[in-house]
Write a protein that binds this ligand. Structure first.
Ligand SMILES: Cc1cc2nc3c(=O)[nH]c(=O)nc-3n(C[C@H](O)[C@H](O)[C@H](O)COP(=O)(O)OP(=O)(O)OC[C@H]3O[C@@H](n4cnc5c(N)ncnc54)[C@H](O)[C@@H]3O)c2cc1C
Length: 376
């Protein structure tokens, strides 16, 4: 089977599949209704190894490949897309940030709690006036007198996944160019401090269980993780593969449900799956999902070979996210009126799929990245 996994990776993925079957899929509706994951989920995610998948073993993580990481995100999305999105971001943007740019003191202080799920994470780049054009961030970091490595953070952040539960947020802000060559850097900011001010919970049409928030920073204390803006946002290349995996998982689940339904439902004295128009939809789903999965695995394999995946991660995310939206739309069509009711999961997958065309760079930005890579 492609891709091939080491026995340890197979065991991990088998644990993930069991976890999805017993703890995730049965709760996906309840979490959406509560618009939150239960607090108890974090230590469970830690015990399965989902909070430190790609963290090197010497730092206490699983040390798994990018291929294993995307497979885990894909499996999670089949159970709950919002959870998949959270896990994708926590691993690729937060834990990876600390592993790459954190100082030994920062790693020692935070990693053990992160791995177990005691310290919950978020990644804060987007602001009200800085979305696709992330360089427009206005948040400002200024050194704290007499405290080497510590800065005061001022500004506001918006659309921050898990921001409502996070204990620690990796925050991007402007700095003096003497500190970072491109004038921006990243900081570890604890939320349990006066300077961090929750502003509002943002309710979205999909991935509703994800605790998306807007917050202000009013002289919040941030611990500098020395890196440039380009380095910090460079983590998005693997991150986008995680979102592509989420999209493939959503599409696979919707496709599975559509096939099942089309085999049971009869009209005009035959099953839906025996009608050519329905067969066309199912065949298109099958082909497009297969193509999306292959692009995803290609990107992950190249990452594992330490190759540049700027173009490949955008291709995988762009294609997989558009496939997820088409497939979930067709899945509703095949379910007919029932597909529009809250009784059938396809409507939720359709709503959740939309995020994959927007988060970690909307489709237009992915096309821009791809075009730039092939015309440089
Ligand atoms: C549920 C959710 C969770 C998120 N989680 C996080 C998170 O954890 N951390 C974080 O930092 N951010 C997060 N985001 C923010 C996300 O990355 C941004 O929403 C996204 O990058 C788009 O930015 P924007 O919403 O400001 O849209 P804008 O940048 O205002 O763009 C709006 C639209 O304009 C078009 N557009 C923009 N620029 C171009 C261009 N150059 N060429 C052509 N068309 C263009 C696109 O159609 C785009 O969809 C999250 C967003 C959502 C919805």
């Amino acid at each position: 089977m492609f891709p091939a996994f080491q026995p340890e990776e197979q065991q991990f993925l088998s644990r993930v599949r069991d976890f999805v079957a017993t703890e995730v899929l049965p709760n996906t509706r309840a979490w959406e209704d509560a618009t939150a994951f239960p607090k108890e989920i974090w230590p469970k995610l830690g015990a399965v190894g989902l909070l430190s998948m790609t963290l090197p073993k010497e730092l206490g993580g699983g040390g798994y490949s990018c291929t294993t990481y995307v497979e885990a995100c894909r499996e999670l999305a089949k159970g709950d897309p919002a959870l998949s999105m959270n896990i994708a971001a926590i691993n690729a943007l937060c834990v990876a940030h600390i592993a790459e740019f954190g100082t030994p003191e920062q790693k020692e202080k935070y990693l053990p709690g992160i791995i177990k799920g005691d310290i919950k994470l978020a990644w804060g780049l987007t602001e009200p006036d800085a979305g696709s054009d992330a360089r427009r961030v206005k948040s400002q970091a200024t050194p704290v007198d007499g405290r080497d490595g510590f800065f005061h953070l001022n500004g506001e952040k918006m659309f921050i996944t898990n921001g409502g539960q996070a204990d620690l947020i990796i925050t991007i802000a402007n700095v003096d160019p003497s500190i970072s060559a491109d004038g921006k850097s990243a900081f570890l900011m604890e939320t349990n401090q006066e300077g961090w001010k929750f502003r509002e919970r943002i309710h979205t049409i999909g991935v509703r269980a994800s605790n998306t928030v807007r917050f202000d920073m009013d002289n919040a204390l941030g611990w500098h993780t020395p890196c440039t803006f380009a380095q910090a946002t460079g983590l998005l290349f693997r991150g986008r593969l995680g979102i592509a995996a989420m999209a493939v998982g959503i599409a696979e689940k919707a496709h599975e449900l559509a096939i099942e339904y089309s085999k049971q439902r009869e009209q005009f004295n035959r099953r839906l799956c025996d009608m050519q128009s329905v067969q066309n939809m199912l065949a298109d789903n099958e082909v497009e999902i297969e193509a999306a999965r292959l692009l995803l695995h290609k990107g992950a394999a190249l990452y594992d070979m330490e190759q540049n995946v700027v173009k490949e991660s955008s291709i995988a995310k762009l294609y997989a996210s558009e496939v997820a939206n088409r497939v979930t739309n067709r899945a509703i069509q095949i379910h007919g009126g029932r597909g529009m009711t809250f009784e059938y999961l396809v409507e939720k997958l359709w709503r959740d799929a939309k995020l994959t065309e927007i988060g970690e760079g909307c489709s237009e930005i992915q096309r821009m990245v791809i075009a730039k890579q092939i015309t440089k």
